[in-house]
Ligand binder design. Structure first.
Ligand code: ZN
Ligand code: ZN
Length: 330
């Protein structure tokens, strides 16, 4: 993870509704070139929902995006994070230090806190999970060498002034936004819903371009939690979705169905691939995704596959066989 791809790129800001601004911030990640933060007008200032990641250029990019909306960072009254991933909360701490704003986020941010306090321990645990899942030593060594030098993209320590639990409200000129806990993508994930206008700030729970990610290893069953969170959001009947990446979109129900269908398709593929055999998660990645693990996609695809296996285990469809590495069978 280097700064190369976003070097020199500017943040961009635009008004999407009166009192709602989209701040499109560059990311240095292949395949994920931008993230969105949102500014919600509130009196003589604004509430900042999500922050972009932290690197040497990120604060300037955020300020540039705000300036395009006629806003200054000093007017931030409150920082709210949809979840504890670096592209959504990476700059929260320096922004709060500079503006005096409070930070509100969900308490289940164990992974990101550890990433700030002890990145080597996080990497070591990730390598252990990969080894246990049957990933061979040589690619693991290369991954470790590459990741060991990567910036975490976040400044800490992450400490919320208020915990964003179900039902907490955030006031803005548009009215109150209600917090809904939506774990799955990350255990700390929440969505904000504005009921009168039926606006949903969805973070990474629902994206315009369907893309699944489950933070494996920090909650009992991330895939099951994600499916439950889709039900939660479906009941809200949102009319417009303000997502953590990409443009806003209106066909919220179609996106919810699309996510559910893709999860079910992947679960089915995992189950088919396991069959009566005894396979490692590493063996299964290729048959589920049709591509081999690489340095770029490895952690991502392995996490998903382990997430699916854990979910299938919870329904009794597969069984884990303990060992080094561990194997799975139907
Ligand atoms: Zn995320
Ligand atoms: Zn994201």
């Amino acid at each position: 993870m280097s700064d190369v791809t976003s070097r020199g790129e500017l943040g961009r800001g635009e008004r999407v509704l009166p009192g709602v601004y989209r701040l499109r911030l560059p990311l240095p990640w292949p395949g994920v070139p931008h993230c969105n933060a949102w500014a919600l007008s509130a009196g003589d200032g604004f509430i900042l929902v999500d922050t972009g990641m932290h690197n040497s250029e990120s604060m300037g990019q955020l300020e540039g995006a705000l300036a395009m909306c006629g806003l200054q960072l000093e007017q931030a009254k409150l920082v709210v994070c949809t979840h504890a991933h670096s592209d959504h909360c990476g700059q929260a701490v320096p922004i709060c230090q500079r503006t005096g704003a409070e930070l509100w986020m969900h308490p289940s941010h164990e992974l990101m806190s550890r990433m700030v306090e002890d990145p080597e321990a996080v990497l070591a645990r990730r390598l252990e999970v990969a080894r246990q899942s049957g990933v061979p030593e040589e690619p693991l060594r290369r991954y470790a060498a590459q990741r060991g030098s990567a910036e975490p993209g976040i400044l800490g320590p992450l400490k919320a002034d208020r915990e964003l639990l179900e039902g907490v409200t955030v006031g803005s000129d548009l009215g109150e936004w209600v917090v809904y806990e939506t774990p799955g993508h990350a255990p700390s994930h929440i969505c904000l819903f504005q009921p009168e206008r039926r606006l949903l700030i969805s973070g990474d729970h629902l994206l315009g371009r369907i893309s699944l990610y489950f933070e494996y290893g920090y909650s009992p069953n991330p895939v099951g939690e994600f499916l439950g969170s889709l039900d939660v959001v479906e009941r809200l009947g949102a009319r417009l979705c303000l997502a953590g990446h990409g443009r806003t979109f209106t066909d919220v129900h179609a996106h919810i169905h699309g996510n559910r269908a893709l999860v079910e398709e992947h679960l089915y593929k995992v189950l088919q691939a396991v069959g009566g055999r005894e396979l490692t998660a590493f063996d299964l990645v290729g048959s589920v995704y049709g591509e081999a693990l690489s340095q770029q996609n490895g952690q991502w695809l392995l996490s998903q596959t382990l997430g699916y296996l854990t979910h299938l285990q919870s329904t009794g469809a597969v069984r884990r066989i303990a060992g080094e590495p561990e194997r799975w069978t139907a």
